[in-house]
Design a protein around this ligand. Structure first.
Ligand code: B12
Ligand code: SF4
Length: 498
């Protein structure tokens, strides 16, 4: 069967700091290839809608799978599915991915028949079964599959993370993937899931709070297949188990692999396992993303971060000692006033690290979707990108964005002092000589992307598809209602009954 897999367009954040390969889609593509199908992939972060329709003409796919990791992409994917249905009425159209998994019935409703099913959870194995089922089976009985006529119950986790290595060769114009000055940059996955349970995050609810690892050999083989000199490690929290990080590193050394790396981790993990991060520094670790989220104990508690200010500052000291550049994330609450923004600016200017602000956003899959007592001010999916305020702001909305953008640009300017500009100019020139211009373009785009008028104006766009409002109960929902993949206890009980 001819199968086309599609990643939707970039959101605001990716217009600026990064653009990364669709690793989830590449894993699903590997599984579809293994099942013997003819597969193509198109990434609309790089290609246009026109290219997509061109692909429909040329390739004439019999099945099309859209990746919906981000809520803000829902309207785009639903509209593309509707247009595709008009052009190719017999084509089987399905959707999968992180956010899609939490709102499957809503997606089917919006699509009015243009989407045949939503695949919840990990897509590799079930997509193989789905395509096989199109030959005559009842696909609505497959675990994780939701159709307008019924659902096959909760999805199953794949047994082996090593089995479906990303089909990177299906990606075109890979030189467009970058993160900051790591240009070009590939992505890799060593582990899946997160054992913590922060109230604003859906990484743990998606994977049923499980945490799985690939073998060190498979991780190193995957790395060896990457051509790019830079690699972003997509794990939610890198090196929770230090022995795993050491084992992968040793395999890389055996294969003489040298690259520059960017990873994400937690402060307490960095403090606890500093040796493994120091070791990776020697292997080429350059940048680290730390979600500190708040600069006061009250905020850390509200996000259920299970960390403390003491641990956060110790983590920053360790990163400085090791020599890794840290990008910090803080969550800006819509309730912030001018004074609060001022405090954050002062704090951010007092430390050498890069600080990013995201806006507190309850979304399906998070606990705050149910517990947040403030009413959402919008039902527009496109605003649920953690760069817009979807809860009532204490300041007038336009003032909130002015403060947000001012804070972000003041912080960014600190990294643009004269000495640094010289270094940046050197880097831009060096990359340009290698034909890489993503980083250079990013530097000039800040004011176009982070523009308070643009962000405020986004609230007045016509809304075609409205989100279903949460049943705000003030409490975490009972049982497994919060999860896509059932947590271990429930999985064990289900297996005992099988
Ligand atoms: C890497 C990553 C990114 C990369 C994205 C690279 C890319 N182009 O895909 C970057 C750094 C660019 C990024 C950016 C953002 N991200 Co992000 N990101 C992640 C992260 C950490 C890992 C994703 C990943 O690659 N996992 C590994 C692969 C193998 O898994 P996967 O993609 O989930 O794919 C599996 C399934 O979802 C499914 N699947 C996926 N696609 C498809 C398609 C079909 C057809 C099928 C059947 C199945 C299927 O099968 C795959 C294999 O099992 C996740 C957290 C997480 N744990 O998922 C957050 C996450 C997805 N991101 C999140 C957010 C909020 C963002 C931003 C909006 C942040 C911001 N500050 O603005 C931006 C916007 C991105 C954009 N679209 O432009 C949220 C999602 C929130 C939401 N509900 O919308 C997450 C869940 C983080 C969180 N803790 O809340 N992100
Ligand atoms: S914010 Fe990080 S540590 Fe907390 S649950 Fe999400 S991925 Fe895990």
């Amino acid at each position: 069967m001819r199968v086309l897999l599609v990643h939707p367009s970039p959101l605001m954040y990716s217009e600026l700091y990064l653009r990364l390969e669709p690793l989830g889609l590449e894993r699903v593509a590997a599984a579809v290839l293994e099942a013997g199908h003819d597969v193509r992939m198109i990434d609309l972060q790089i290609f246009t809608h026109r290219d997509y329709f061109g692909e429909l003409e040329n390739f004439k796919p019999q099945a099309i799978g859209f990746s919906l990791n981000y809520l803000a992409n829902v309207p785009e994917v639903v509209d593309l599915a509707k247009a595709t249905r008009q052009l190719r009425p017999d084509c089987f159209i399905f959707v999968g991915g992180h956010s899609g998994s939490f709102i499957a019935p809503d997606i089917l409703n919006h699509a009015e028949g243009a989407i045949d099913c939503v695949v919840r959870g990990e897509g590799e194995r079930v997509t193989q079964q789905l395509l096989e089922g199109l030959g005559g089976g009842d696909i609505s009985k497959l675990p994780g599959v939701v159709t307008a006529h019924g659902s096959g119950g909760p999805p199953k986790l794949i047994d082996d993370l090593d089995r479906f290595m990303p089909a990177r060769h299906l990606g075109r114009r890979r030189n467009k993937y970058f993160i900051g000055e790591l240009d070009p940059c590939a992505s890799i996955e060593f582990t899946r899931g997160c054992p913590w349970d922060c109230s604003f995050c859906s990484a743990w609810t998606f994977y049923g709070r499980s945490y799985r690892k690939s073998t060190a050999e498979a991780a190193a083989d995957d790395m060896a297949s990457i051509r790019e000199p830079n690699v972003f490690i997509v794990d939610d929290v890198a090196f929770i188990h230090p022995e795993h990080g050491f084992a992968i590193g040793q395999e890389l050394e055996k294969r003489n692999i040298k690259k520059r790396y960017y990873l994400e981790t937690r402060s307490d993990v960095l403090c606890r396992n500093q040796e493994v991060f120091a070791y990776w520094r020697r292997l080429g670790l350059e940048y680290m993303f730390l979600g500190l989220e708040a600069i006061d104990e009250e905020g850390l508690k509200a996000h259920r971060k299970r960390s403390s200010l003491g641990i956060n500052s110790k983590a920053l000291e360790i990163a400085r000692k090791i020599g890794v550049t840290v990008a910090i994330n803080l969550i800006a609450d819509p309730d912030w006033d001018e004074r609060r923004f001022e405090i954050v600016r002062e704090w951010a200017l007092s430390i050498p690290e890069i600080v990013h602000l995201t806006v507190a956003t309850p979304y399906p899959g998070t606990e705050t979707w149910f517990t947040e007592s403030r009413k959402l001010t919008t039902r527009d999916y496109r605003l649920f990108d953690i760069q817009h305020a979807v809860l009532p702001t204490r300041l007038p909305l336009n003032r909130f964005y002015e403060e947000l953008v001012k804070t972000q640009s003041v912080i960014n300017r600190k990294h643009m002092g004269f000495g640094i500009i010289k270094d940046v100019a050197f880097l831009v020139a060096k990359l340009a000589l290698q034909g890489q211009t993503n980083f250079a373009k990013m530097l000039w785009k800040f004011h176009k992307v982070y523009n308070p008028k643009r962000q405020y104006g986004d609230h007045f766009n016509q809304v075609k598809y409205e989100m279903t409002l949460p049943k705000q109960t003030g409490a975490r929902p009972a049982g497994d209602a919060l999860y896509v993949h059932a947590p271990k206890v429930a999985r064990a009980a289900a297996a005992a009954h099988e």
